[in-house]
Write a protein that binds this ligand. Structure first.
Ligand code: KIV
Length: 277
């Protein structure tokens, strides 16, 4: 398969072909995402919670995202790789925003960047897209904001707020965003926003009408302490890995591992010499 590009994603929306995206933060997961034929891989600031053990994404830095993006880019050649812009990396000035976006592309090797926010971040989206770097927007529930004074609750519960989110999305599209992630909104809001935009919408807990879906790999694989209510488990790695660790411990304690099959024996003659020396 050839490299997924922004124009391929737009064609997929036109044809009604659903777009698939998950997160990866390391080389082996990226390799498997490539093997499975996923369209996009996000190096999300969710790395802060699901890999680094922080309570929220706020401590994640541009350097952290670059470090993980480098590993993902080495593993996944076909999917479009999106690197998340962490908290406060796109707020201070258009110059600093452009510098940080450029680092994710130049040092990390990402194909595009993602940032959270509504119409108030449209000038930052424009500043980045004017340089030629593709930007994916992120509206609805915004984890960076929910972590500082907000709450992790469903958005777009009434007609007014659903229309307000659509207005935000339109401003981001006008500023040059190539796609938008819509997180944790009602099904009706997800449909309204998807039908109101030319760019592809990628839902996460936003119902079935979005042009594509993204779910954190750790969530869909069951490889984290808890999952949000909209997640369907496609594997249970928590159980698989715990069982494997327990079996390893049992074997070691019982001196069953390593056995002859998993050890390297000396040449018989040498072993005899050693014994007699
Ligand atoms: O950081 C992340 O993984 C994200 C997803 C919630 C889309 O932004």
């Amino acid at each position: 398969m050839s490299k997924i590009t922004v124009s391929k994603l737009w064609k997929m929306k036109e044809k009604g072909e659903k777009i698939t995206m998950t997160t990866a933060y390391d080389y082996p997961t990226a390799l498997l995402g490539e093997k499975a034929g996923l369209d996009m891989i996000l190096v999300g600031d969710s790395v802060g919670m699901v890999v680094l053990g922080y309570p929220n994404p706020i401590p994640v830095t541009v350097d952290d995202i670059i470090h993980h993006t480098k590993a993902v880019v080495r593993g996944a050649k076909t999917p479009l790789i999106v690197a998340d812009m962490p908290f406060m990396s796109y707020h201070i000035s258009p110059e600093e925003t452009k510098r940080n976006a450029a680092r994710l592309i130049q040092e990390g090797g990402a194909d595009a960047v993602k940032l959270e926010g509504g119409k108030e971040v449209a000038p930052m989206v424009k500043a980045i897209t004017d340089t030629g770097i593709p930007v994916q927007a992120h509206i609805g529930l915004m984890p960076q904001r929910a972590s500082v004074g907000g709450a992790f609750k469903v958005q777009g519960k009434d007609a007014e707020t659903a229309k307000a989110i659509l207005e935000d999305a339109k401003a981001l599209e006008a500023a040059g965003a190539f796609s938008v992630v819509i997180e944790f909104v009602t099904t009706e809001a997800g449909k309204l926003i998807t039908e109101g935009l030319k760019m592809p919408t990628i839902g996460i807990g936003a119902g079935p009408h979005c042009d594509g879906q993204v779910v954190l790999s750790h969530d869909l694989l069951g490889y984290y302490e808890t999952q949000p209510p909209f997640v369907k488990l496609y594997a249970d790695l928590n159980e698989t890995i715990t069982d494997a660790f327990k079996a390893f411990k049992t074997d070691v304690r019982a001196s069953k591992y390593p056995d002859a099959a998993h050890s390297v024996a000396m040449d018989k003659k040498e072993a005899e010499k050693l014994k007699n020396s």
